[in-house]
Design a protein around this ligand. Sequence first.
Ligand code: NAI
Length: 356
Amino acid sequence: MHTDTGVFGRSHELSSRRHEQVVFCEDDRTGLKAIIAIHSTTLGPALGGTRFYPYARESEALQDALRLSWGMTYKAAAAGVTLGGGKAVIIGDPAVDKTPELLAAYARFVETLGGRYITAGDVGTNTDDLDIIGRHTGYVTGRSTAAGGSGDSARLTALGVFNAMRAGAESVWGTASLAKRTVGVEGVGKVGRELIDLLLADGAEVCVSDVNDAALQLVSQCHPSVRLLSSVATAPVDVYAPCAMGGTLTTTSADAIEATLICGAANNQLANPLVEQALTERGITWIPDFVANAGGLIQVAGELRSAAPAEVESDVAGIFPRCRNIITAARAEGIGTGAAANRFAERRLDAIPRSI
Ligand code: NAI
């Protein structure tokens, strides 16, 4: 039976906190088709990256924009920044469809929102693209340092993940250090590589996996001590650090994971909310992704207020006590760390009346 949810209908997951505004952007001249979703401006302008992706269906692009912008509201609220949640998707293959003209047309749509939405990088967009976008709108972050931005966010994202992992280590082993622990890093891209540096400096043993051989070789060249595995998710490690794609924590993988602690940069690590329960039952501590990977968001929040780099690093270090509080609250209330993190974010959101 077909159920018409109308234009305002949302899946159950997204229905509790509704989106303020969803904008469909089309430009015939450049072929631009984009959706900008503003989930919440309660805490400040809605910030979130622009994802450039070849969605098979427009409905998938809309669902992604709605889901990701909703997640940004929680990420910003938990990170303590004065920003709301937004996200944009451009429908198309970045390798084929991305042109300066199309990005300029997209930027002009961002500009029409008058600062209610501020964009940043995401899958399929990079600092070069943001530099182009920045020529047509002021509501952009994450541009290159040459263009006046704060540059790539991988280093501070990794620093945030490292701090989150230290908080997890403290709760599991009583010491806020990864020294002598084996950490399996899945995905050695921009964030994974930075994380390896921090882990090795802390005295951890590191093993890694990646689907890209060139990425693995790069790690081997820099760090011959790092072991290369075909998969780290279910390997005999103390910590599993998903730093590639989301959705790797499934009910099946939860049963096979040998790590005691899971903490990584990938967004939306849980394939579904039930997985957290399975992890908790097995005594595995999971650090919620949106708390651990907020370093990049904290960086662009600092960029917006022209904060000094040292101040931004200190804000990123704040991920450590935040994770510690979330783990403590989860244990005290007998709930998962994900639920505790959501409550933490919701308390901040609920303290302020909706601005629209
Ligand atoms: P990236 O694209 O530079 O690196 C991802 C790496 O994962 C690549 O080397 C790729 O080959 C590898 N990979 C893909 N599928 C894999 C699989 N099935 N198994 C193992 N490796 C696989 O991305 P980046 O910037 O390092 O981000 C990593 C994750 O962190 C992504 O999920 C991203 O959304 C998330 N994230 C990144 C932030 C940033 O500041 N870059 C901020 C917050 C989240």
